[in-house]
Structure formats: C-alpha cells, structure tokens
Ligand binder design. Structure first.
Ligand code: PGA
Length: 254
C-alpha cells in the first residue's frame, strides 16, 4: 500500500520569518502518527533555518531546483550537496515553470536527477503537458518522452528515491483542475510506463503525485483515484490553515 504524500511548493514566496512561523505551526498540528507524509519545498534562502525548525518532527524539507555540476564557477547556482548540507532530503526537478521560463529541457532534467540521486536526495520529478499539447492529442507522447528521457540511466534501485508529479501545465495556478478522470488516466499511463521500463514491483511502489490547482475542496476526489498517491500544491500550500486541510483530507489524521 503506497503511503500518500502531500508536498508544498512555495515557489518564490515567503521570507525566512514567515517560513519559520509556518513550520512551527505545522509541527504542532502534524503528529508523528499522521498517515500522510509531508514535504515543504521552500526557497533556497530559508532551507537551513526551516530544516532546523523541522527537526524532531516528521516534516521533510525540499529545495525547488538544483544545478547538476558538483561545484565551481556557476554564479547564482546551488548544488545537490549544498541542498543536503542545508538539511534537505528532497528536491523538485523539472517543474513546468523551470521548463517554461528557464528553458529546461529533458536533458537538463536528466542531469539534475542523476546529480540529486548521487547525493541521495529524493526527487520530485515533474512532468505534464500544455493545453496546446492536450488539444493536439499529444499528451501521452509528451509524458512518455519527458519521463523516459528524464529517467534515462536511473536504475530500478535508484527509482525508489523518485516521486513523479503529474502536473498538467494548463491546471497550474489557473484554478482549473484536471478532472479526477483526466488525472487518473494520466497517472495510470505513467504507472504503465514505469511497469514497462522497470518492473511490476517498481510500478506498484512508485508514488505519483497530482499537481495543478489542488485545494481543500477538490483534494478528496483526487485522492480517491487509485493511481493518485498524493499532491504537489502551490497556491493552497501557502497558508497554514489551508495546508492543514489538505494533509487532513477526507478526515485523515483527525
Ligand atoms: P498550484 O501549483 O497548486 O498553485 O496550481 C502547483 C505547482 O505548480 O506545483
């Protein structure tokens, strides 16, 4: 049975103080016995202090990006080792905003994933189609190429550190959510790709998150889908009361 994971993606929001207040509040309301795993992916500036604050809780901290070189003259970039050093155990790779605004390609995601795995980070690997792709009937082809090119060279054993996030670009920050049927169809397809590329066991154990306008009022129906193992949440993860509703979806942990 796959354990559900709710990950917050704070994107470029919050100061250190705001992050600390949030994590402190979450720590109080997220008991160690809670059935859902929680990861907070925060801006780089606050990773160290919030990771320190999360010590003694089951909250994991993640970065939102990294650079694939181990060190050197790469002004403005952050390595996998630095992310581990700051207290993180997760990193998001291949988010559609990175692909769109920073021209990240599948080859870039492949290198970033390889580096992250080398440093024993867990990877939340994002894939998803644009509205144009969906309307042109290219969704499944696109998911296949993002997945297989990004995971090229990743072994069956390494795959245990990978979490896939299916995020249709047209549903991110738009208030439009994929219907549970659309999301389930994509998730089942992705799980099938893992089955054919790796093994039955990997397909059954890998967690596939849904992302794109997940909110307290639509999370229950999404989490009820058999191949949806959690959510990657932007906007609705910024306020503690809303995030608590998400991790307690369907009465979980209450
Ligand atoms: P959203 O963002 O929940 O604000 O749509 C999700 C994401 O981009 O990861």
């Amino acid at each position: 049975m796959r354990k559900k994971l709710i990950a917050a993606n704070w994107k470029m929001n919050k100061t250190i103080d705001e992050g600390l207040v949030f994590v402190n509040g979450l720590k109080e309301k997220y008991p160690k016995t809670h059935p859902v795993d929680v990861v907070i992916c925060a801006p780089a500036t606050m990773l160290f202090p919030i990771a320190e604050k999360a010590i003694g809780s089951r909250i994991d901290i993640g970065a939102q990006n990294l650079f694939w070189e181990p060190e050197g003259a790469y002004t403005g970039e952050i390595s996998a080792r630095m992310i581990v050093d700051a207290g993180c155990s997760y990193v998001i790779i291949g988010h559609s905003e990175r692909r769109q605004y920073f021209h990240e390609t599948n080859e870039h995601t492949r290198k970033k994933i390889a580096t992250a795995l080398n440093e024993r980070l867990n990877v939340i690997f994002c894939i998803g189609e644009t509205l144009e792709d969906r309307n042109a009937g290219r969704t499944m082809d696109l998911l296949r190429s993002q997945l297989t090119e990004g995971l090229a060279g990743v072994s069956d054993q390494q795959l245990r550190s990978i979490i896939i996030a299916y995020e249709p670009v047209w549903a991110i920050g738009t208030g439009v959510t994929a219907t549970p049927e659309q999301a389930q169809e994509a998730h089942a397809f992705i799980r099938g790709l893992v089955r054919s590329g790796y093994s039955e066991k990997s397909a059954e154990t890998i967690r596939i998150l849904y992302g794109g306008s997940v909110k307290p009022d639509n999370i229950d129906e999404l989490m009820a889908c058999p191949d949806i193992d959690g959510a990657l949440v932007g906007g609705a993860s910024l306020k503690l009361d809303s995030f608590l509703k998400l991790i307690n979806y369907g009465g979980m942990g209450l």
